[in-house]
Design a protein around this ligand. Structure first.
Ligand SMILES: *Cc1c(COP(=O)(O)O)cnc(C)c1O
Length: 218
């Protein structure tokens, strides 16, 4: 079942975006099944859960932190995390830099942008992202690299609204990608989940984060 779902989604994606299997709340046995089916990118939204699962999977797994990240928890994932999708402040970026330096790593990050019409979602406003990417403080962060943006569309059945939100994020991405700084290397746009990844890919997503369409509802 898991393997079949992954194959179906990969067929939909047609190589246009990479698939991150979102495994939050799912047991390691299910992650192993996805791995056997060819999945190498896994997404978790909680630090502790990701740190617990990481040693139980093969070393070639890429670990993507997709949920809200508190500064005091960065240290638990700094040794192994592949990409942090949820940077929403300079302070958090500074902590990631500090912890990455301890392991002689450069940790790649995305800025999470607030695009949804909902009060519960985290993220920077477009103007705040612009200010952050132009701030002089970034020059003091050699151990982080910002490689793009992430966003969550509104949880709605209105496909046009979802499409508009993704399109807006792509427009912002194209604008911010023109900023020239050593620690910026825009190449990833993380948008799309089980219910809206097809729309997201049509609007230029490079990374889709899919959980329930692979593993069933949580
Ligand atoms: C849980 C989660 C997903 C996956 O959601 P599904 O609807 O199960 O595909 C994607 N992105 C984030 C940030 C999540 O927390």
């Amino acid at each position: 079942m898991i393997a079949e779902n992954i194959r179906q989604i990969e067929t939909d994606l047609q190589g246009r975006a990479r698939l991150i299997a979102v495994t939050k709340t799912k047991p390691v046995s299910m992650l192993a099944e996805a791995y056997e089916a060819g999945c190498r990118l896994f997404g978790e939204n909680r630090v502790q859960e990701m740190a617990d699962k990481q040693p139980q999977l093969p070393a070639d797994v890429e670990w993507h932190l997709i949920g809200h990240l508190q500064t005091n928890k960065v240290k638990y994932i700094a040794p192994f995390v592949t990409l942090i999708h949820s940077i929403d402040s300079l302070k958090l970026l500074q902590e990631v830099n500090k912890q990455a330096a301890r392991y002689n790593r450069v940790i790649e990050c995305l800025l999470q942008i607030y695009i949804a019409d909902e009060e519960t979602k985290f993220g920077l406003l477009p103007d705040e992202a612009d200010v952050l990417l132009n701030s002089p403080e970034l020059d003091a962060l050699p151990n982080v690299r910002i490689i793009g943006l992430m966003g969550l569309a509104t949880n709605t059945d209105d496909q046009d609204q979802i499409r508009r939100e993704f399109r807006g994020l792509k427009t912002l991405y194209d604008k911010l990608a023109t900023i020239q700084r050593p620690m910026l290397a825009f190449r990833e746009l993380s948008m799309g989940m089980s219910g809206d990844y097809r729309i997201a890919v049509g609007e230029g997503s490079t990374l889709v984060r899919v959980g329930s369409a692979i593993f069933g509802s949580r």
